[in-house]
Design a protein around this ligand. Structure first.
Ligand code: DGL
Length: 270
């Protein structure tokens, strides 16, 4: 009875934490591909190869449903995986759609034609690969019209967080918000389009100011997963144990994870 959560590194822990709060009895197998993070500076082919390898490890650990808690993998690899790679009895879901449904005031799976929505000027903060994919704009265009999106590729932020250098991460966040404001002085909403960014969410909020609504994924993804599992309870796989797996150095990854989640987390090599 396990669900898999994947990220290139530690960012997906923000989603895992929200899922654990929402579904406390659900066994979760987390896989962080820390040896290959960050993904945000890699090519789409490279991201596809790494994401499929990681997803296979989660299938092997007893998960039939895997959440790509990584926008970069969701943007660069998910569609290709769903079209030609995911086995019939498995599911792989991303983190973009719940966010865009919330932004566009839609219920799950509302596929009605695009319409005008309250939000007009949206700032997207994400990795260089996510920004380059334009996946956010594509998903948004299916649901809303008249929304102006300005993206900011936040180079360096994921590396700083993976290294545990939060001072550098917060300095970079301020610089990226300034750069975005030069292109869009008054956004109404800001999307934290990388699962690492909730770890520096306060820095984004301080730099953006109180008038900008900040949308962050962990709770939105947790609600959407709870909803999905209610409709598809058979998608909880045969695994019964919660595990933390990493391709990186387990000691170092465990220390960082413990620092971020403020509770002891023990990763094992996979
Ligand atoms: N947490 C990943 C995301 O949501 C970070 C990607 C990276 O490794 O650069 O995009």
């Amino acid at each position: 009875m396990a669900v898999g959560i994947f990220d290139s590194g530690l960012g997906g822990l923000t989603v895992l934490d929200a899922v654990r709060r929402r579904l406390p009895d659900l066994p979760i197998v987390y896989y962080g591909d820390n040896a290959h993070a960050p993904y945000g500076v890699r090519t789409a082919n490279d991201i596809y190869a790494l994401t499929t390898t990681a997803t296979e490890k989660l299938f092997a650990a007893g998960c039939d449903l895997v959440i790509l808690a990584c926008n970069t993998a969701s943007a660069a690899a998910l569609r290709r995986m769903q079209e030609s790679w995911v086995p019939r009895d498995k599911r792989v879901l991303g983190v973009f759609v719940p966010l865009i449904e919330s932004l566009t005031e839609r219920e799950w799976g509302d596929n009605s034609p695009p319409r005008e929505v309250a939000v007009k000027h949206v700032a997207l903060f994400a990795t260089p690969a996510t920004v380059a994919s334009r996946a956010f704009q594509r998903e948004l265009a299916f649901r809303a019209i008249g929304v102006d999106v300005e993206s900011q590729a936040c180079g360096g932020v994921v590396d700083a967080i993976e290294d545990g250098d939060m001072i550098l991460a917060e300095t970079l966040v301020r610089a990226h918000v300034d750069a975005l404001r030069r292109k869009m002085p008054e956004p109404d909403a800001a999307i934290l389009g990388c699962t690492h960014y909730p770890l520096v969410e306060q820095a984004f909020r301080n730099a953006l100011g109180p008038e900008v609504r900040v949308l962050s994924q962990p709770n939105l993804v947790a609600d959407s997963l709870a909803d999905y599992l209610q409709r598809r309870p058979n998608m909880v796989g045969p695994g019964t144990e919660s595990l933390f797996l990493t391709s990186g150095k387990p000691r170092q990854v465990s220390d960082r994870a413990t620092q971020f989640l403020r509770r002891p987390i023990e990763f094992q090599a996979a």
